[in-house]
Design a protein around this ligand. Structure first.
Ligand code: HEC
Length: 118
């Protein structure tokens, strides 16, 4: 009898710990905080979702459709400065919508630091 109460208590405790609420945002930000981001696995999706609507062929400069173009805009252009509202070099990109999350900006900075892995 005592034993089964103990087991019940343990089960409840384990359940409580494992069910600490985590929002969808926590989880997706963890994914974005990849330790070693690459263009194909991490960067491309962010750019396609938030930037190429305007920065595509024949659209706004710089075109951000390929690895080389995104790398060039980051390395030689002011891409990081333009997405990071803590720096100032013009309006924050993307304009007219929510800025990228801190985790996403940091991931792109890390991508730069690590030499633009493809
Ligand atoms: C709604 C359209 C739109 C979206 C979406 C958008 N941009 Fe822009 N972007 C512009 C326009 C228009 C300009 C030129 C005016 C300016 O400099 O603010 C610009 C300018 C820039 C520049 C500066 C180029 C230069 O040499 O000065 C960079 C870098 C840039 N965008 C990067 C991005 C990135 C990265 C994203 C996605 C996170 C993004 N943009 C999303 C419209 C957009």
């Amino acid at each position: 009898m005592k034993k089964s109460i103990l087991i019940l208590l343990f089960t409840c405790a384990a359940f409580t710990v494992s069910c600490t609420p985590r929002t969808y945002e926590d989880i997706s930000e963890e994914t974005e905080k990849s330790t070693s981001p690459t263009y194909t696995a991490n960067i491309e999706a962010v750019i396609k979702t938030n930037c190429t609507g305007c920065h595509s062929n024949g659209g706004q400069f710089p075109t951000l459709e390929t690895y080389d173009q995104v790398k060039d805009a980051t390395q030689n252009g002011n891409l990081i400065c333009r997405i990071d509202q803590t720096q100032s070099c013009g309006g924050v990109m993307p304009p007219r919508s929510a800025p990228l999350s801190r985790a996403t900006i940091d991931m792109i900075i890390l991508w730069q630091k690590e030499g633009y892995k493809n």
